[in-house]
Design a protein around this ligand. Structure first.
Ligand SMILES: Cc1cc2nc3c(=O)[nH]c(=O)nc-3n(C[C@H](O)[C@H](O)[C@H](O)COP(=O)(O)O)c2cc1C
Ligand code: SF4
Ligand code: SF4
Length: 281
């Protein structure tokens, strides 16, 4: 096997990208990062090593960071990463490159693909319409063919992360926010006591427990409980896959839920089983 693609996906965007890349790049094996973490398996014999994941708070998701830090990169001679995103700037590639540099390797290529957002917190979030999704999919497929050529030829290439939306016209404020937001996402959000809760629409179906990638959710008396001692991966699978839209996020700052009036997003080709598959051993 010559290429391995490690992936993480909360609502199917990155899963779609990983599966399409597997079709395009010969001899490619897909490995879910969640499963590798559960198995404590950080070894591969692949020469090309790729990572596919969503943007979380302008940077790489918590489990991807954990995995990259523990990974044995010794067999690799070409490394590439693909971040899917809802549209902001992305600042996560140096995190991967820094780890690789310590092993005298480097991140040879990095790509960003715009897809529909699964995060109701983003101010520009509006549940993507079918037309939006079709348009994004079309562009994603064009981009994936470009990625295939670059990876096949083991070229050095880096997408311009500045092409995403910034937060204000003030460059100083942007720089401040671009440091603060990844910090808050990684160190504060998963530990906040009240983050998710289920409202009266909950039917006790258990879908949220099934799709929860960190296994933070356990059903008790037909209601989900977010266990305090387990770090949330912020994949938002629970929020988006709940068939009753009963899961809400509580904002400590605004002291209210900001998800009740918002829609939910799932990639059209990703079922709850596809997402849950990532944690199956
Ligand atoms: C907790 C969280 C934070 C996010 N932060 C950002 C962000 O900072 N910038 C952005 O463009 N998209 C952001 N998104 C949107 C996702 O990156 C985007 O929808 C991605 O394609 C989802 O991929 P997935 O379906 O594979 O999880 C965020 C999503 C979540 C759940
Ligand atoms: S998925 Fe939604 S309805 Fe089903 S148990 Fe979880 S919160 Fe309740
Ligand atoms: S609690 Fe929700 S957001 Fe956190 S890991 Fe589980 S499914 Fe993902």
């Amino acid at each position: 096997m010559s290429t391995v693609l490690y992936y993480f996906s909360g609502t199917g965007n990155s899963l779609f990208v990983a599966k399409e890349l597997q079709k395009l790049i010969p001899d490619t094996q897909l490995i879910p990062i969640v499963r590798s973490l559960k198995e404590n398996n950080f070894v591969t014999n692949a020469e090309s090593i790729g990572f596919v994941f969503p943007t979380h708070g302008l940077t790489i998701p918590i489990p991807v960071r954990t995995f990259v830090k523990k990974m044995d990169a010794s067999s690799g001679n070409y490394f590439f990463a693909v971040a899917t995103r809802g549209g902001t700037v992305f600042r996560g590639f140096p995190v991967i490159n820094d780890v690789l540099t310590r092993h005298e390797k480097k991140l040879n290529a990095s790509f960003i693909i715009n897809m529909a957002s699964n995060d109701p917190k983003l101010s520009f979030y509006n549940t993507a319409s079918k037309e939006d999704i079709d348009h994004l999919q079309k562009n994603a497929l064009i981009k994936l063919n470009e990625i295939k050529k670059i990876v096949d030829n083991k070229e050095d290439y880096h997408d311009d992360d500045k092409s995403g939306v910034t937060f204000s016209r003030n460059p100083m404020l942007n720089t401040f926010l671009e440091h603060l937001i990844p910090f808050m996402t990684h160190f504060l959000s998963p530990k906040t006591k009240k983050y998710f809760y289920s409202d009266s629409k909950c039917t006790g179906c258990g879908t949220c427990e099934k799709v929860c990638l960190s296994q933070k959710i356990k059903m008790r008396n037909k209601r989900p409980v977010w266990q305090k001692n387990i770090t949330c991966y912020l994949c938002y699978s629970c929020l988006n896959y709940c068939p009753s839209k009963a899961i809400q996020i509580y904002s400590k700052i605004w002291m209210k839920s900001y998800t009740k009036e918002k829609g939910r997003y799932l990639h059209p080709y990703a079922s709850g089983d596809d997402i849950a598959q990532q944690k199956k051993l």
